[in-house]
Design a protein around this ligand. Structure first.
Ligand code: SAM
Ligand code: SF4
Length: 336
């Protein structure tokens, strides 16, 4: 089979990274992500596991080399290991460089070994606090010991773990150093994320929650010598090295620093919509193209059309003390 032309958007950005939300459901209800009473999509709206496979395989044929599985909570989707196992054929063929996932960690003790066997080598685990009560408050339904057990299982299985922390003003500010020390002591990478204005959460105060990572970095710098690292991954993260410990800390700052010029990624929802930009409403319906024909050519054509519409960037802006550029969907829908 001849190699098809790679995916390049109108701003000459090569698209090599697909994030796939495999479910909008979750066993937690994090306050910045979901409301307590979420209405989830009817099952028939979801792509089946076979359809997800066909969809992801089409992207891999078109040059996507990195696949991140997310949600909702990806590990609560029934039979999700069948999907991971089937995607591993693209790792075996060399077409895919990396298969990875973002998880809340609640199901990792069940699945860590299976994930490793399917070729997964790294997982991102979201964890905003090491205090059991605060954890219960921020996730509403989560239990910290279960997640810590999951992280133990992941490391025991040989998975490299990165901890993602949403920086929340007045919530985990005082845990900055304890989180950094904990990650360093367990040889885990650490990334902080600025809270983004996604979805209507029934009166949650976005501006009040917002803790600028410039402030966070200044606090880190009060104790450590930080060196900016040139390394970029095509996404919103930038990295600093803590000279005293060698630890690398990521900062995802969509609000204070624009990252769009190097964006290499698109996001597929569990219903087969492709979001070309996390911060814009524009999307393309790939499910119709997929269900409309057993041949893959119309789907590949629809993917190319969608990529040709990828916008230049997002419009999030808190500078006027309100959540400008807010998008109406929840993070769990697009996949964070
Ligand atoms: N359930 C999995 C988890 O929590 O890791 C995967 C999906 S979750 C939507 C992906 C990431 O998005 C998590 O790290 C979460 O903390 C982050 N997230 C959710 N809502 C957010 C928001 N409004 N602003 C910034 N990050 C958010
Ligand atoms: Fe669930 Fe992840 Fe959203 Fe928390 S951030 S509610 S764990 S999808």
């Amino acid at each position: 089979m001849s190699n098809p032309a790679p995916l390049v958007d109108p701003f000459q950005r090569a698209i090599s990274y697909l994030r796939v939300s495999v479910t909008d459901r979750c066993d937690f209800r994090c306050v910045y992500c979901m409301s307590e009473n979420m209405t989830f999509l009817p099952k028939k709206e979801l792509l089946t596991l076979e359809e997800l496979d066909r969809m992801c395989s089409a992207f891999v044929r078109l040059g996507v080399s990195k696949l991140r599985i997310t949600g909702g909570e990806p590990l609560v989707r029934r039979e999700i290991m069948t999907f991971f196992r089937s995607m591993s054929r693209h790792l075996d063929s060399g077409a895919l460089e990396e298969l990875t996932l973002t998880t809340n960690g609640s199901q990792l003790s069940r699945f860590a070994d299976d994930l490793f066997a399917a070729g997964v080598r790294r997982v991102n685990v979201s964890l905003d606090t090491l205090d059991e009560d605060k954890f219960a408050r921020v996730t509403r339904w989560g239990r910290l010991p279960q997640v810590l057990k999951g992280i133990d299982a992941a490391q025991a299985a040989g998975l490299r773990v990165k901890i993602n922390v949403v920086a929340l003003k007045g919530f985990n500010e005082e845990e900055l150093f304890s989180l950094a020390d904990w990650c360093a002591s367990r040889d885990m990478d650490l990334t902080f994320i600025e809270v983004m204005p996604m979805g209507d959460l029934g009166g949650e105060d976005r501006v009040g929650q917002y803790w600028s990572l410039d402030d966070l970095q200044a606090q880190l710098a009060s104790r450590f010598t930080l060196t900016d690292l040139p390394e970029r991954t095509g996404g919103p993260a930038r990295y600093v090295r803590v000279e005293e410990t060698g630890q690398k800390i990521g900062l995802i700052t969509p609000l204070t620093h624009n990252f769009c010029e190097s964006c290499n990624r698109v996001r597929l929802t569990c219903t087969g919509e492709l979001f070309m930009c996390l911060g814009q409403e524009d999307n393309a319906d790939l499910r119709s193209a997929l269900r409309g024909s057993e041949a893959d050519a119309p789907l590949e054509e629809a993917i190319r059309r969608a990529i040709s519409l990828k916008p230049k960037g997002h419009d999030f802006d808190y500078s006027r003390q309100k959540a400008d550029g807010q998008v109406s969907r929840h993070m769990s829908h697009t996949g964070g």
